[in-house]
Design a protein around this ligand. Structure first.
Ligand code: FES
Length: 321
């Protein structure tokens, strides 16, 4: 069950590749809520005029309850969240945290698991590798980065009892050493599950190739950290059924913003369709899904929508809000 906590930064480690590894614990050292591989924390970044929520996957061993660890890539092209974490999260800093939440659960009964992490997308894979090893499951972790010198968590991996399960792929490496999906993906099978996390281009490539090769979408698990989301399109109306209000969503507007102007609050965090915070039930109308959060089955059902970015195919959407 997710909850709000105030956690102290108890260790801060600069990893290669502009990645900061943070250890968070309760000030009194009391145990933290249990967590499963694939889970993330929501960090509330305040101060210096900021009021941002950002999501970071847990990379620590889920079997211990004394601390959580996350990895944060400083991305100058981001909207300010990652740079704020690098600047503000010093040893002793207290951070408001919500979670843990898990939209990327691991099927612990799978006969074979392939973990594919690109860059900072390695973080949830580390927690998954630790759990799969503890369970004695068959797995391989493919870790892709630009070069060896910017590869984070190498010490952690080198010292892990599952280090032999990890295959590194560097963009500047010799031929044959880069990830080759024709070679490295296992054949589709009922007990084979794939997990993918990383930059959007990497994920789209892996997911598209795996599904084209016959892997069932329900067995190609994915977690997007961010997405280039196009929120533009023709205007439409949204009826907030519980509030009894109707608003117009303009061509460059979003449902969440249009509702907020009318006084109807939709909780929003990532604002780019990856975290699921803003998911709202649809009572009538046809959503035009622009997010990366809902599954293909959920999209096809049409009963939910990410109000931060998705739009409508119909003239009107009636939402349960
Ligand atoms: S706020 Fe994250 S998906 Fe909408």
């Amino acid at each position: 069950m997710s909850q709000t906590m105030h956690l102290t930064v108890t260790a801060r480690t600069e990893e290669p590749g502009n990645i900061l590894r943070l250890r968070l614990a309760r000030a009194d050292g009391a145990p933290l809520p249990p967590v499963a591989p694939g889970a993330h924390l929501d960090l509330h970044l305040t101060g210096e005029g900021l009021d941002l929520w950002r999501q970071y996957s847990l990379c620590s061993d889920c079997d211990q309850t004394g601390y959580y660890e996350i990895g944060v890539l400083r991305d100058p092209k981001s909207r300010g969240g990652s740079e704020a974490v690098h600047r503000l999260a010093q040893p002793g800093t207290v951070l408001e945290v919500e979670g843990p939440r898990n939209h990327f659960p691991l099927d612990e009964a799978a006969g074979h698991t392939l973990l594919l992490g690109g860059g900072i997308g390695i973080t949830p894979m580390l927690a998954m590798a630790q759990r799969l090893h503890a369970l004695g499951r068959d797995f391989v972790l493919h870790y892709c980065t630009r070069s060896a010198g910017v590869t984070a968590f190498r010490d952690l991996i080198a010292n892990a009892p599952w280090a032999g399960r990890v295959v590194f792929h560097f963009d500047d490496g010799p031929p044959g050493q880069k990830l080759d999906l024709a070679r490295d993906l296992p054949p589709p099978a009922p007990g084979t599950h794939l997990y993918v996390c990383g930059p959007q281009g990497f994920m789209d490539w892996v997911i598209g190739t795996a599904e084209a090769a016959g892997h069932a979408p329900s067995q190609v698990h994915r977690e997007y950290f961010s997405a280039d989301v196009d929120t533009s399109g023709a205007g439409f109306e949204v009826v907030a059924a519980r509030s009894g209000l109707t608003v117009t969503v303009g061509p460059k507007d979003t449902i969440a913003k249009a509702l907020a102007r009318a006084g109807v609050k939709v909780e929003v965090k990532c604002e780019e369709g990856v975290c699921g915070t803003c998911v709202t039930d649809v009572l009538e109308g046809t959503p035009d899904h622009r997010d990366k959060f809902l599954t293909e089955d959920e999209r096809a059902e049409g009963t939910m929508i990410c109000a931060c970015c998705s739009r409508a195919c119909s003239k009107t959407l009636v939402l349960d809000i």
